[in-house]
Design a protein around this ligand. Structure first.
Ligand code: COA
Length: 123
């Protein structure tokens, strides 16, 4: 990923032949907090929905304490869909929760965010 001709980070698109592609994003330290991550997710979302007409959703996962990535998802219309407790082992031996976000093609097209139905348990 280039910003003004300089390498600012890396976008990795994964599972492109599956129903639901995923991605990984890494912005270089010097470029963080300047809107590059938000722009990158906006770009890759549009790219995937345009280039892969058969997909209806795109997913991403991050560690619970990664507030920058979580904000980046939210700013691009991704909804929180999953919360796996203690599912993300850290190098120091602690475990963090793993948080999943996704965007639906129909939400991307309409600019809305449809939340999951969290109240679907039988009484
Ligand atoms: C996470 C990451 C991709 C975000 O990209 P970025 O270019 O730094 O983010 P942006 O500048 O677009 O900011 C996005 C939002 O995050 C917020 N944010 C940025 N750094 C933050 C921090 N340390 N804590 C809380 N929020 C933060 C910004 O305020 C912004 O929200 P706002 O516009 O509402 O204020 C980038 O920081 C990164 O590559 N980090 C290391 C690798 C990583 O964690 N990748 C994700 C793996 S799942």
């Amino acid at each position: 990923m280039l910003v003004n001709g300089e390498r600012a980070g890396l976008v990795k698109l994964q599972d492109l032949t599956d129903d639901t592609p995923m991605f990984d994003l890494r912005i270089g330290r010097a470029w963080r907090g300047r809107g590059v991550g938000t722009e990158a997710v906006a770009w890759l979302t549009g790219y995937l929905f345009t280039e892969l007409p058969g997909i209806v959703r795109i997913e991403g996962t991050t560690r619970q304490d990664n507030q920058a990535m979580r904000a980046t998802f939210r700013k691009n219309g991704y909804a929180k869909e999953s919360h796996y407790r203690e599912a993300w082992p850290a190098p120091d031996g602690t475990r963090h929760d793993s948080i999943g976000y996704a965007i639906l093609r129909r939400d991307w097209l309409s600019g809305t965010i449809t939340p999951p139905d969290w109240h679907d348990e039988l009484a």
